[in-house]
Design a protein around this ligand. Structure first.
Ligand SMILES: [Zn+2]
Length: 231
């Protein structure tokens, strides 16, 4: 199984990895800094390099417990070879910022999340809510939390603890990632947000920068969509 460096150090932009498996349009590494698409966050892109070859990674996905780095065609490098991995940091940092921003959004709307997505220019969350939250009010609260420069920290709980505390799960559409019987919990500030998450986050909320609420939409009687973008 691939060691997930992006989880321990989301700021790592490059690393040296070993190829452990190759398919028609993918490569598997012994350890990776490429975030695998999941939880509404897009997979990382970038390049892997040998001394004389440079291969573009178009996406990174999780499939049957392995992380596949998607290439445009079968790559001609032997299993066991060492490669330099470089992620498209500019894109990933935006994804990290927007993903963390959605945690904050989640904390100011008291409703379960029914869906969501994060791209490098916007993020959206759908809430199980019977009224439309006020756009201006959301914008002020969200930017206040961002400017509060709260720390993002991690801890781990057992699957049993999570099962005994179902309220820790705020997202109905995405099951918390379970790995080796433990669940990673993400906390912002002392108690602004606390929920299971396998995504990539910034260290401090001020890194997100100013954001705008571009839309608050009615997507059904019990479904309200909030769209956020960078200012
Ligand atoms: Zn997260």
């Amino acid at each position: 199984m691939t060691k997930e460096i992006f989880k321990e150090d989301p700021y790592k932009k490059n690393c040296i990895s070993k190829i452990i498996n190759i398919g028609n349009n993918w490569v598997e590494l012994d350890e990776t800094i490429f975030y695998a698409e999941g939880g509404g966050q897009l997979g990382d892109t970038g390049i892997i390099k040998t001394q004389n070859k440079e291969i573009t990674i178009e996406n990174t996905i999780r499939e049957n417990n392995s992380i596949k780095h998607i290439t445009s065609s079968k790559i001609d490098i032997g299993i066991g070879s060492t490669v330099d991995c470089i992620i498209d940091w500019e894109r990933r940092y935006k994804l990290m910022k927007m993903h963390t921003c959605l945690h904050l959004l989640c904390s100011i709307i008291d409703a379960k999340v029914t869906g969501g997505s994060v791209t490098d220019d916007k993020g959206r969350l759908d809430f199980n809510l019977d009224f439309k939250p006020n756009k201006e009010d959301l914008k002020i609260k969200l930017n206040n939390l961002i400017q509060g420069n709260y720390e993002v920290s991690y801890s781990w709980i057992s699957e049993k603890e999570l099962d005994e505390n179902p309220n820790l799960v705020k997202t109905m559409s995405v099951a918390p990632p379970r790995r080796n019987g433990t669940i990673r919990m993400v906390r912002i500030g002392d108690n602004i947000d606390y929920q299971p998450c396998g995504g990539t986050h910034v260290k401090h909320t001020s890194e997100i920068g100013s954001v705008n609420i571009t839309k608050v939409e009615n997507k059904g009687k019990l479904n309200k969509r909030v769209v956020v973008s960078f200012l």
